[in-house]
Design a binder for this molecule. Sequence first.
Ligand SMILES: Cc1cc2nc3c(=O)[nH]c(=O)nc-3n(C[C@H](O)[C@H](O)[C@H](O)COP(=O)(O)OP(=O)(O)OC[C@H]3O[C@@H](n4cnc5c(N)ncnc54)[C@H](O)[C@@H]3O)c2cc1C
Length: 421
Amino acid sequence: MPSTQRTAIDDVIVLGGGVIGLACAQALSERGRGVRLLERGALGAATSHGNCGTLTPSHSLPLAAPGMVVTALKWMTRPDAPFYVKPRWDPALWLWLLRFASRCNQSTFERAIAPKAALLKASQDCLSALVRDRALQCEHSRDGLHYVYRDPKVFEAAQRTHALLADHGVVAQAVTGASIETDEPALKKGVAGALFFPGDGHLRPERYATELARVARLDGALIEEDVEVVSARRESGVWLLHTKDGRQFRCRELLLAAGPWAARFSRQFGLRLPIQPGKGYSITYGRPSLVPRRPMVLKERSVCVTVWADGFRLGSTMEFSGYDSVLNRARLDALERGAAEYLNEPVGPAKREEWFGWRPMTWDDLPVLGAVPGTEGLWLAVGHGMMGVSMSAATGRLMADLVTGSAPIIDPAPYRISRFG
Ligand SMILES: Cc1cc2nc3c(=O)[nH]c(=O)nc-3n(C[C@H](O)[C@H](O)[C@H](O)COP(=O)(O)OP(=O)(O)OC[C@H]3O[C@@H](n4cnc5c(N)ncnc54)[C@H](O)[C@@H]3O)c2cc1C
């Protein structure tokens, strides 16, 4: 439907067309709300494009774990390590890192599992229902994921830590090295063991974004690309949005889903969202002849491996270097080197894409979801960090519950902006 067929004031405008904005637009449209989504580039072409597409209740343990600060400091001395902070004067980043470091203790770590697990698990169910009921063609599968270890000591420690997940309904099964080597011939010999997460899954992220848009449009959403919103202000009870090319939009409710750009955009509302871009890389290839049957995280090297019908992707690394857009060769090469330690065929026959994305990272590893107190009609669905695809379906559902005043699918309290004080 062309935009002129809608009344001059939209019911809800969703700002941002990554998987989070699209999931929100879809869920709100399904409830009968009049939704317009504005995306400055192409749908799903930013952080939601080249990610690994894994759906991971397994990742319910927070990143801020005991011992993490020491591990991170060691990694920082190696240019190809999975974690890197570019030394530079950036008070917001150093404050973010301090807040993160202050959480690396056992009691905070254990307390932080529940809200992460709740959103990840709810999302698995919401996504399965969406794929089934709306026939999403995105190579969705829910047949588990392995964490693979080559160092027996690291494997032993991981079994102890991941036992905590059982209290949150996330199943982790320890598998011997011999058994995983038989189950997954793609692995080189010498595996110490693996953790199998039967509740995990995966999909093809770029197809998922396209499919969310298709279904949202079927439900009546107006979705526009190449529309960059430069400002938004509340005026006489409605939001007035200005775009870079001089257009104006009006809406009663504004839902910000601008991923890693949310902190910058929301400064005009007086908000200080603690979101830092956590840069990650991926390489996509044609499919090798011998591939893992399920997605894997090669743990000591933190490399994630995902396989689709006609593709194969290695992804990883967490780099805090601001909005730096350089494709760092050392980090890309480290993905292939890491994979070569574990896999018989670590790369595919043809390299199709080298990519980076900025994960929208909060220091407590949880997204910011819900209304902004004191600002009428402003909603946030931002800060999904490493888990945006995994959390997208439940985020859409929860935001639709909150905006329409329905009973929320999960307790929204842990995700409120008010937790930052
Ligand atoms: C290497 C890597 C691997 C990953 N692997 C996984 C994984 O396996 N599983 C998982 O769950 N997650 C994974 N992630 C994380 C996941 O990709 C992100 O959490 C998710 O894509 C965030 O989605 P989003 O919609 O919030 O942000 P984005 O996809 O970045 O979308 C935000 C959109 O807002 C638009 N926008 C911003 N400002 C404006 C404006 N002013 N006007 C109009 N539009 C605007 C942008 O153009 C952008 O398209 C990975 C990330 C990386 C980097």
